[in-house]
Design a protein around this ligand. Structure first.
Ligand code: 13P
Length: 253
């Protein structure tokens, strides 16, 4: 049985006080209202990690994740944050390859492969993002495009490593636009990605990997999106900044 996961990506939002208040609201609601079989992950900005981590500790249902990391162990990389640092504040997950990092910070599939390696080496779990632009969607080559992202950044891993990967399919045209992929579009891509994983690792193994959907997911559409048999949860942006909306999405399972 693969894990059901809902992760909140706060992106560059909330100051520390606001972040602590949001996290404590979410943690309390999750503890009281959410089924045990859903894993909830909060991914606040780096500087909130320690404070949010303290709130999460002891929750048992909510986990801490970062939004990025550097691909090197340590050293002269001004302004960067290492995986060891993330681990030291209690992070268990790291989002990698978000389309905003690919676009604004020019992260390539090759760099992402290195980030995946160091995250796994330190014992954390990557939430690996993939997804196509509107242009590629309209050309009809989206399955090949997204499969290539997976191949180039993840297919050097062995099964033992890959079982710690969470995949997040986030079509760029759906991120922050209010226009989500339809449940059919999400299911089609998720099933194709699982097929792609099966071609490398076998279908039994591919069946165990959680594939999340991200892009304008909100309380009003989460139930329908999560109903797809290959949709194992969501990576939530805007709606994760309001405790009730985020928890309502989690409860859509
Ligand atoms: P929105 O939910 O705001 O569309 O963002 C999705 C996302 O990018 C999560 O990583």
């Amino acid at each position: 049985m693969r894990k059901k996961i809902v992760a909140g990506n706060w992106k560059m939002n909330k100051n520390l006080r606001e972040g602590i208040s949001l996290a404590s609201e979410i943690v309390n609601m999750v503890d009281d209202e959410v089924m045990d079989d859903v894993t909830v992950i909060l991914n606040p900005p780096y500087i909130h990690l320690e404070s949010v981590g303290k709130l999460i500790r002891g929750s048992g249902k909510t986990y801490l994740g970062a939004q990025n990391c550097n691909e090197n162990d340590s050293g002269a990389f001004t302004g960067e944050v290492s995986v060891e640092m993330l681990k030291s504040v209690g992070c268990e997950y790291v989002i990698l390859g978000h389309s905003e990092r690919r676009e604004f910070f020019k992260e390539s599939n090759e760099i992402l492969a290195r980030k995946v390696d160091i995250v796994l080496e330190k014992g954390l779990k990557p939430i690996f993002c993939c997804g196509e632009s509107l242009d590629i969607r309209e050309k009809g080559t989206y399955v090949a495009y997204v499969s290539k992202q997976i191949t180039e950044s993840l297919f050097h891993l062995d099964k033992e490593q890959f079982k710690n990967i969470v995949i997040a399919y986030e079509p760029i045209w759906a991120i922050g636009t209010g226009v989500n992929a339809s449940s059919e579009q999400a299911q089609e891509m998720h099933a194709s990605l699982r097929q792609h994983l099966a071609s490398k690792f076998g279908s039994e193994f591919a069946d165990e990997i959680s594939i999340l959907y991200g892009g304008s997911c909100k309380p009003s559409n989460a139930k329908e999106l999560f109903a797809g048999p290959d949709v194992d949860g969501g990576l939530i942006g805007g709606a994760s900044l309001k405790a009730k909306d985020f928890v309502d999405i989690i409860k859509s399972f």
